[in-house]
Design a protein around this ligand. Sequence first.
Ligand code: 5RP
Length: 233
Amino acid sequence: MTGPQLDPAAQFKQQAAVKAASLVRDGMAVGLGTGSTAVFVVAELGRRVREEGLRICAIPTSDATEAQAREEGIPITGFAEHPDLDIAIDGADEIEPGTLNLVKGRGGALLREKIVASAARQFVVVADNSKYVDHLGTLCPVPVEVVPFGWESAAARLARLGAHVAPRKNRDGSFYLTDEKNLIMDCVFGRIEDPDTLSQNIYNIVGVIEHGLFLHMATQTITAGPEGIRILH
Ligand code: 5RP
């Protein structure tokens, strides 16, 4: 892949992305993630489609990824044609190496990302090596997607679970809306000792659509850093 000079973090993202894209084979239905690492996955798959004649179809996890995939010449499909996907490749905000549990959704695409990941036989996570954490909740907030109606009530209940809750806003101060036209509550829980219980407690709040704890879903993570590529299963 040629192009502008990348900073080291971007180079690591690209290395992990290219490695993950090499897992994609002819005939596969592929889930395409969202974010700055997933951009490299889509670019590499597009290159393989054009230069190697790779035949795939894909379900993107955001409008932005769909636009990129179409530009790259990757055929887009839907769940009617492919209720099950062969593979999904996506980035992450936090990776717990012992469990492969993740926090995702800083890019706001967590709902579609979780639907796509859960439909995939393999869910491969790509990142630079800055995303490793000993415990989830230490690097970034857990995003929680809620319907706009009654969001203040959902936010108050999230706070009662121990979170500092901030509705995500755009630069102009307006509420950030997901591709599904919902709101995001960024929830700082601090170090999360029991993610499974927290996940269930968040789901129990009426008005919550989805949250960014991706537990027991990743089948492998591919990360890159100065020490090279690291693959965990
Ligand atoms: C978007 C996501 C991204 O995959 C996650 O935020 C990682 O992004 P990046 O690769 O830019 O670090 O979950 O909703």
